[in-house]
Design a binder for this molecule. Structure first.
Ligand code: HEC
Length: 111
């Protein structure tokens, strides 16, 4: 997740400088981000097992939105790139709204 955040910041900066090549290079890193270690994954899945389908669906939407952003970045159409970036951010938010709070409350005792 930390890498996701870093790559999103790289893209925000690249958009400000109209550096579409950097957006194109960075978006696939979000789309193809490495799977968490198996142990961590099992803990997550054990926790979200009732909503596993939804969790996977959110994950798939983020990957797809990042992939599309990479494709659009190659066209150099700034407005379309920004729209696709917003769509990508929306997919992060949708999963976080549903899973981040209960996940943290469960594993770290936070509200
Ligand atoms: C499939 C669900 C899902 C998607 C999609 C998702 N996240 Fe997360 N994210 C989580 C969960 C669950 C947590 C809480 C994990 C924790 O606190 O250990 C989290 C936590 C975070 C955090 C808090 C810091 C951290 O390392 O825990 C950041 C930053 C973050 N996500 C960034 C992103 C970004 C950026 C995207 C979109 C590109 C994204 N996430 C997409 C599920 C998701």
């Amino acid at each position: 997740m930390q890498d996701m955040s870093k790559n999103m910041q790289v893209i925000t900066g690249a958009i400000s400088r109209e550096d579409w090549a950097l957006v194109e290079k960075t978006a696939p890193l979000i789309a193809d981000h490495p799977q968490p270690p198996m142990f961590e994954k099992m803990r997550i899945f054990a926790f979200v097992n009732t909503d596993i389908g939804q969790f996977k669906s959110h994950d798939g939407k983020t990957h797809e939105a990042a992939r599309i952003l990479g494709v659009t970045a190659a066209t150099g159409d700034g407005h379309a790139i920004i729209a696709d970036f917003a769509t990508l951010q929306d997919t992060c938010l949708m999963c976080h709204e549903q899973f981040r709070k209960p996940f943290q409350a469960y594993f770290y005792g936070e509200e």
